[in-house]
Design a protein around this ligand. Structure first.
Ligand SMILES: [Cu+2]
Length: 148
């Protein structure tokens, strides 16, 4: 490993199943994720913590964090999600698109999910994450997890 790479790895230890690297994202009434880009190593285990600082109940304006697998179509997923209110806007017929997701949170809610970036993902691979509450993707609730 080149010296520069070794130094970077030393400052940000890669998450493991025993000790996942925590990434905290806040959401609220602003229709944004506080973090819109996450960089991770292939095979790294992360613990994503989603905190809803808003005040609306989840039925009125909920937020979730849904990470799609490489190549999944975020717009098509969000369109399918509109009709999936009974499952908190996670369409069962598209469950194969999802790598990890939190619960749908109302104001004051918090949830965490532990997941592993696919070990076979090539450097530069980008996976989209989004909030699947109706219209929130169009309003800008999305981000990218990029493989280093
Ligand atoms: Cu949302």
């Amino acid at each position: 490993m080149p010296a520069a790479e070794a130094a970077a790895a030393a400052t940000v230890p890669a998450g493991t199943p025993e000790s996942p690297r925590e990434v905290r994202i806040e959401v609220g009434d602003t229709m944004k994720f506080s973090v819109t880009r996450i960089e991770a190593a292939a095979g790294e285990t992360l613990r994503l913590v989603l905190v809803n600082k808003g005040s609306a109940p989840k039925e009125a304006m909920g937020h979730n964090w849904v990470l799609l697998r490489p190549g999944a179509d975020a717009t098509a997923y969000a369109q399918a999600a509109v009709g999936a209110r009974a499952t908190d806007y996670l369409p069962p017929e598209r469950s194969a698109d999802v790598l990890a997701h939190t619960k749908l949170l109302g104001g004051g809610g918090r949830d965490a999910v532990v997941f592993t970036v696919p070990a076979e993902a090539a450097s530069g691979t980008e996976m989209v994450y989004l909030c699947t509450f109706p219209a929130h993707l169009q309003l800008g609730m999305k981000g990218v997890l990029a493989v280093r």
